[in-house]
Each structure stands twice: as structure tokens, then as C-alpha cells.
Ligand binder design. Structure first.
Ligand SMILES: [Zn+2]
Length: 73
């Protein structure tokens, strides 16, 4: 049994699927990232939250009269 995912040249992938999965590691067998809409949303919200934290830290550093080099993030 093969992965069978369509490759860029139009042929099915002939790699072996990951254990317990339908696709090989290149085609979603490995958890390399969020594939569902919900997962992507969660991922982007996490990234946004980190940006907010970074911006707050920078703003705090500026308000204390320091430049970015002085920010402790
Ligand atoms: Zn594959």
C-alpha cells in the first residue's frame, strides 16, 4: 500500500504511509503543521498573541526611555 497523494508531476506518491496513517511523511502523515481550518486558526491566534506580547514589551521599553536593545522579551 502506498501513500497515493498526487505529486507535482501528476503521478501518485509511491512512498510508504506513516504507521497508522494514510499518507507518507511528506503528504500529511507526519504532524508538520496545522492542516485543518481550526488548527490553522489556533496557530495564527497563537502567533498573534506572541506579537502582542512582543509589542507590549517594546512599548514598555520605549516608555522607560530605552531602545529595543534594552528590551527584555
Ligand atoms: Zn506521499
Amino acid at each position: 500500500m502506498y501513500c497515493g497523494a498526487k505529486t507535482p508531476d501528476g503521478t501518485p506518491c509511491t512512498a510508504k504511509p506513516m504507521v497508522g496513517k494514510l499518507r507518507c511523511y511528506k503528504h500529511g502523515g507526519a504532524s508538520t503543521g496545522a492542516k485543518t481550518a481550526e488548527g490553522r486558526k489556533r496557530q495564527s491566534e497563537g502567533a498573534k498573541a506572541r506579537w502582542v506580547e512582543i509589542k507590549q514589551a517594546l512599548a514598555m521599553a520605549r516608555s522607560m526611555g530605552q531602545d529595543n536593545n534594552g528590551a527584555r522579551i
